[in-house]
Design a protein around this ligand. Structure first.
Ligand code: HPA
Length: 277
């Protein structure tokens, strides 16, 4: 078995051979948020199965693909379909694509997800910019021997979510009249949703949103020195004293509604970010 560094390089070389531009931004699309990729221009679509060392899809119906192209004039790579820890992938597998996007040259990682809203001010389909996180997944993608070429042994987590980009996002949302708040995201392993006692606890420890992804990718992005901007779309309301059973189809419906807002907001945020540099 080759080491992680060589695997990243092999995957990078395969993608670069089909999309020679240096992407500035990598975007991971969450559950139900795949429509975003339709906005990419000059698309080069690379199925994950064509990329060496990408995890093989085990359970999901669609294997997923990397969509490369431009958005608001910026070269981007978009992951249509992500790998979840609850599917049985290791933390290293879940985060491998982040390493590859970093090797391709991205400076900014944008991560989106569908999440449960525990803050009583949040509504279904709300778009929330993540300002901080709590890792309750019980594992960590950086566990094991550290390769210093990829990042430091003890990466700082004082500010994994870029404060300037967060402010830019909230200002842009105001200008576009798109409702957008900020919140703290807690990641759990899943795949079951939480009990009422668990939601009560998660709210009590300071989280506004709960989901089963994003934190591993953000930890690796911080390790790799990437800027991060992350969003949740609220797909179910998790108030412990008024909890209703979750229907997966409803999650997808609210993700699609919130996704439409995100599809308008994110390109404008990236355009302003690009102009300001
Ligand atoms: N809990 C955990 N993950 C989720 C939820 C939730 O309520 N909603 C969407 N993803």
């Amino acid at each position: 078995m080759t080491d992680l560094f060589s695997q990243i390089e092999a995957a990078r070389a395969t993608i670069a051979a089909r999309f020679p531009a240096t992407p500035k931004v990598g975007i991971i699309l969450g559950t139900g948020l795949g429509a975003f990729a339709q906005q990419i221009q000059g698309k080069v679509e690379i199925p994950y199965t064509d990329i060496p060392h990408m995890p093989h899809s085990t359970v999901q119906s669609h294997a997923g693909q990397l969509v490369c192209g431009t958005l608001v004039g910026l070269p981007v790579v978009v992951m249509e379909g992500r790998f979840h820890f609850y599917e049985g992938y290791s933390m290293q597998e879940v985060t491998f694509p982040v390493r590859v996007m970093k090797a391709l040259g991205i400076e900014l990682l944008v991560v989106t997800n569908a999440a449960g809203g525990m803050n009583p001010h949040f509504d279904l389909a709300d778009v929330i910019a993540i300002e901080d996180h709590i890792n309750l997944m019980g594992d960590n993608p950086l566990r094991g021997k550290n390769d210093d070429r990829l990042g430091p042994r003890f990466p700082d987590m004082a500010a994994p979510y870029d404060a300037d980009l967060l402010k830019l996002t909230l200002d842009t949302a105001l200008d576009l009249k798109i409702p957008c708040r900020k919140g703290v995201f807690v990641a759990v392993a899943g795949p079951n949703l939480e009990t009422r006692a668990e939601y009560r606890m998660l709210r009590g420890i300071g989280a506004d949103l709960v989901g089963m992804s994003t934190v591993p990718e953000v930890i690796v992005a911080a390790h790799a020195g990437l800027k991060v901007l992350a969003f949740s779309v609220v797909t179910d309301i998790c108030l412990p004293d008024a909890l209703e059973p979750v229907v997966f189809e409803h999650i997808l419906k609210h993700a699609a509604t919130g996704g439409e807002r995100l599809n308008r907001l994110l390109p404008e945020v990236l355009a302003r970010w690009s102009e300001s540099r």
